[in-house]
Design a protein around this ligand. Structure first.
Ligand code: HEM
Length: 61
């Protein structure tokens, strides 16, 4: 994850990192067997926009 840099560095970066940490921690605590169903090279990705990453991420537990 990236938050930009210089004058326009994200002012919510600290909050966003804290929330992400809490989210992932809680998710793994509640669903310890969580795993990605699709192999990494078959995950559909969003490539053309400023925000990149998986389009969907199918998981199971
Ligand atoms: C995962 C969550 C987030 C990501 C990935 C993210 C990402 C970014 C990025 C890349 C920029 C720079 C854009 C540029 O270069 O023009 C930015 C700017 C900004 N972000 Fe975030 N952001 C997140 C969450 C938040 C939150 C939670 C807040 C507020 C509570 C926030 C407030 C802002 C503001 C106000 C700017 C503009 C800063 C400026 O131009 O001076 N963001 N963010």
């Amino acid at each position: 994850m990236a938050f930009g840099n210089g004058y326009h560095h994200c002012t919510g970066a600290v909050l966003a990192r804290m929330r992400t940490e809490l989210l992932i921690g809680t998710l793994l605590e509640r669903l310890p067997g969580l795993w990605r169903e699709v192999p990494a090279d078959r995950v559909a990705r969003r490539r053309r926009t400023m925000i990149r990453g998986p389009r969907t991420l199918s998981c199971a537990w």
